[in-house]
Design a protein around this ligand. Structure first.
Ligand SMILES: *Cc1c(COP(=O)(O)O)cnc(C)c1O
Length: 476
């Protein structure tokens, strides 16, 4: 399998090139040159006996990474290792819930990895793959990653202590939860370098983007193709739970990495209907509902901080897979500054694959957390709540009997990471019996810390980063 850029300026790249890059040299994102098909006999066997999650990951990755690049036994070993330390052998757990009208929905708990967000699912395998290639090349590489909350800790856990790799993480000081912050600053390995920046997560993306492309510098934000590729697996897996019959899936959306993976599963023939929920940062919602491109603007802070994103870069992949490089290059030319509309035929296609989008405000998010607890004695995180709100709204609007598809809601993080949201939803540990002063926070607080370095407003963050990159990549 070869890779190209969404904007058409690069072709014939290897998987390794795509994995070790951030943006493509033309400013686009790496995508496979063709979309592979899932073998029919494999689907037939999955229909009769549902596979384990790890098996699905392995089969999906095999379609996108040729054996010359990663031998079969190496890949199998990477997959086994990646999910070994998850806290459930199933890797993904499903929790049944109902809404006030008694309609069922299933919550897909993608938070059983080390840092308890769905980022662990792709990141843990990306870490193993990077390690394999770095070992093979016997060279050093530096990972540079900005985080709006969960990516940083998942990336740190995936690569801490690995030889030949250093990781530099930037997070927006004061704009992530205490658990999220502690998960990053309590890792003391020498190859982990954390910066706290004054500003939003979109602000810190600017100097990061300026650092690319650069040899030996890797991004593992979801601009990295490998993460999207691995995430295709959870959509395929969910479909196998229903014998590959059509299902509705609600996705909490930030940078649209998860959503683009769902779209790819759909384009590869897996019958999943996608619904995208955003918080007040509604760039993706506007793109889907109105065909409007408005990347940029002020980030609005919310409880679902991992979705506080105004520049959802994976929209570029979404648009590419539904059109072509020329169209995407045209749309992206205006980047950031001005608003524009995508071509009408592309908008039609987008709405065909992504069935709906909803912007969910803060009161609705909190009300959903409260209602879910009251009805199900089940706590959800504020990101998950946006998608649950969308699911409940859609179920209400469905005319009886017309749409009987099962609803799955992706739970992108554990509620344990966001006790503030539960508190704001007026659920105290007394009335909800959910331990808000939970073990996770206490345990993290008791760990040794490595204080982050600060990046202040007015300083030249790009220069600071350049200096740090130079420092960590110097021979040790
Ligand atoms: C990253 C993240 C999201 C957003 O996912 P995207 O792939 O960026 O759309 C949503 N919820 C949580 C908890 C996250 O960590």
């Amino acid at each position: 399998m070869k890779y190209k850029s969404t904007r058409g300026g690069v072709t014939g790249s290897s998987f390794e090139d795509a994995l070790f890059a951030g943006y493509a040299p033309d400013g686009g994102l790496y995508v496979p040159e063709v979309l592979p098909e899932i073998p029919k006999d494999l689907l037939a066997s999955w229909k009769t006996s549902p596979p384990k999650y790890q098996q699905v990951v392995l089969e999906i990755v095999k379609l996108f990474v040729s054996e010359d690049e990663v031998p079969k036994n190496v890949l199998e070993n990477c997959v086994t290792q990646a999910y070994k330390e998850f806290d459930t052998s199933k890797v993904i757990e499903i929790h049944d819930c109902k809404d006030t009208s008694g309609t069922d929905y299933k919550v897909v708990e993608l938070f059983h990895g080390k840092t308890k967000s769905f980022k662990d699912y792709a990141m843990s395998l990306v870490g193993r793959l990077l390690q394999y290639f770095v070992g093979k090349r016997s060279s050093h590489a530096t990972i540079l990653v900005g985080t709006s909350g969960d990516t940083g800790s998942a990336a740190i856990e995936a690569v801490k202590g690995l030889k030949g790799l250093d990781i530099i993480v930037l997070y927006p000081k004061g704009k992530i939860s205490e658990v999220q912050e502690l998960q990053m600053i309590t890792v003391t390995d020498d190859n982990v370098h954390v910066f706290a920046t004054e500003g939003t997560s979109d602000d810190l993306d600017v100097p990061i983007k300026k650092c690319f492309p650069s040899p030996g510098l890797i991004s593992i934000n979801s601009i990295n193709w490998a993460r999207i590729m691995i995430q295709i697996a959870h959509y395929v897996y969910l479909s196998t739970l229903e014998q590959l019959q059509p299902i509705d899936i609600y996705v909490p959306t930030g940078a649209a990495g998860n959503l683009s993976a769902g779209l790819l599963a759909s384009l590869m023939g897996i019958p999943v209907n996608l619904y995208s929920a955003t918080n007040l940062n509604d760039t993706v919602e506007m793109l889907i509902n109105k065909g409007k491109v408005a990347f940029g603007g002020e980030v609005i802070e919310s409880y679902s901080n991992a979705m506080d994103i105004r520049h959802p870069y994976n929209c570029e992949r979404v648009l590419y897979f539904l059109s072509d490089s020329k169209t995407v290059a045209g749309i992206m030319k205006n980047d950031d500054e001005s608003e524009s509309m995508i071509p009408a035929d592309l908008h039609e296609k987008l709405k065909k694959y992504i069935k709906g989008a909803l912007k969910v405000d803060t009161p609705t998010t909190l009300e959903t957390i409260r209602e879910c607890w009251k009805l199900n004695k089940y706590m959800i995180c504020p990101h998950t709540a946006t998608a649950v709100a969308f699911c409940i709204k859609t179920n209400k609007e469905k005319v009886d009997g017309i749409n009987k598809l099962k609803s799955y809601v992706i739970a992108t993080a554990s509620p344990e990471k966001f006790p503030d949201a539960a508190k704001a939803a007026e659920l105290s540990s007394i009335d909800c019996n959910y331990n808000l002063a939970n073990g996770l926070l206490q345990e993290l607080k008791s760990r040794e810390r490595k204080e982050p370095k600060l990046m202040k407003k007015g300083e030249n963050w790009f220069e600071i980063l350049q200096a740090e990159i130079k420092l960590v990549s110097a021979p040790k």
